[in-house]
Design a protein around this ligand. Structure first.
Ligand code: FMN
Length: 181
């Protein structure tokens, strides 16, 4: 059994989640590769997949969307788990009282579900460090920071819930078919 944990991460928080999930799966005796979606060379050598992306403006990063759509033929024949790393802060609901895991994105979740029929999709809290944001995302961030409401709704810090991520990874390990490596 060989699992690929593939991620798209702009500032490293999602990469950290992917590496952590990979470590937990290894502890269960699974062979695991953890790679950025753009570095993946050999998909066919893997029996199951965990694919995650950071959320920006309620979307997965484009390289993660491309990875799924370019490889949907193979992915749809193997067990796949998806995760998104997004909400920041300590509140679990938005100003309207809606659960953040329902409203944070990704907007393309229906297409992703259709493409690879994932066993699960989970939204995890992520992290925010403005000093690591560059390019268009960094520009959007600096624009948004001008408003106090935005600064309050998107506080900087690391909000990843390792216990929750660990329990999700353990669930994956238990669900993986017991195929010899
Ligand atoms: C400009 C900007 C837009 C964001 N939009 C969202 C969003 O729509 N939904 C969400 O849950 N998180 C959003 N976030 C938070 C990031 O998804 C979060 O910080 C994530 O963990 C970063 O992962 P990365 O370090 O792997 O890029 C946004 C962050 C920035 C800076």
């Amino acid at each position: 059994m060989r699992v690929l944990v593939a991620y798209a991460s702009s500032t490293g928080f999602t990469k950290g989640i992917a590496e952590f999930v990979g470590e937990r799966l290894r502890e269960h005796g699974t062979q695991v590769d953890v790679q950025g979606v753009d570095s993946v060379k050999n998909l066919a050598g893997h029996d199951a997949f965990v694919i995650g992306s950071a959320l920006y403006n309620q979307h997965w990063l484009k390289e993660a969307k491309s990875f799924v759509s370019n490889n949907r033929a193979l992915l749809s024949t193997r067990p796949v788990w998806l995760f998104s790393s997004g909400p920041v802060g300590t509140k679990t609901t938005d100003a309207q009282g809606r659960d953040l895991s329902d409203v944070s994105g990704p907007k393309e979740i229906d297409e992703l579900r259709e493409a690879v029929k994932p066993r699960d999709h989970r939204v995890f809290f992520g992290g925010l460090d403005g000093s690591r944001l560059t390019g268009a995302i960094g520009f959007a961030y600096r624009m948004a920071r001008r408003s106090q409401a935005a600064r309050e709704s998107m506080p900087e810090g690391d909000f990843r819930d390792w216990k929750e991520i660990e329990s999700w990874a353990n669930g994956i390990a238990e669900a993986l078919p017991t195929v010899p490596a």
